[in-house]
Design a protein around this ligand. Sequence first.
Ligand code: ZN
Length: 314
Amino acid sequence: MKAVYFTEPGIENLKIEDIKEPENGLKIKIIKAGLNPLDYNLIEGNIVYNVNPMPHIPGSEVLGIAMEDGNTIKKGDKVIVYNRIFDNNCDMCFSGNEHLCYNGGIWGVVTNGGYSEYVSIGEGNLFKVPENLDDNTSVSIGIGALTSYRALKRAGSSMGKKILIYGMGNTGIFTAQLAKYMGLDVYALSRKTMPYINTFKEIPNDFKADIIINPLGGELFSDSLKHIKRKGKIVTYGVLNGRFSNIDIANIYTNEIEIYGSTGGSRLDLFELLTIMGTRKFTLPVYKEYSLWDIKEALNDFKNRETGRIIFNL
Ligand SMILES: [Zn+2]
């Protein structure tokens, strides 16, 4: 089968060649794959995780068609991959937190990923997508939508709460739509205006929210503390603007503010999310679609694009 792989990091080192088809699992024919910061940074060698195996096939977000019957997945089903590897044998797995498994990691990082014609993966990592979803939205569930959904759950999102989202990237857009469906009053810090939410180019000094979702980090993280109500909850799942921030700790305890970390999501989160997405219309801007075999061109465009997803077709 044809696959994208590298033996050394760097866009220039990517190779597209015929390699042996994978075994051990249900065979899936890939029809679409997403390009996320995770994939870009992995290929460029800018990640904190250990990449395995080498040579390595990247790609952590795919949509495919099952080529054979499993127990619940049937031949011809359209499926996405739950992209966490887990051992089902530690306290995190026992408590339904497979994404935090001590012996796991991200599929496509600690294992080969999906930038290839076929993948083979156990049925525990495969989820059938609802029929009402279009393919570009479906391929974006495994990373962007799942991260958004868990962050909203961690924050105890419920009807009538006021939420402020920092940044309207792909994950921010999913967060805004999900929060709207959950009945929250949604605000976002964004240069762009969105039709269905209130956006700020600069957050007014006296604006305060019950929940803040802040994947930007850096000094914008300490800024969140100015805009959170007493007993409010702040969720972080990224550090786009930097890993460190000066925080007034007194502000946290005197106002009983809660700060939550969130990363990816569990299989239960994905199951719930697919149910929600099966009953609602989600829209996600697509910047451009490329053939997977034009991946070098796509990677070079990735940093320069204004907004929207880059999606590979096979
Ligand atoms: Zn485990």
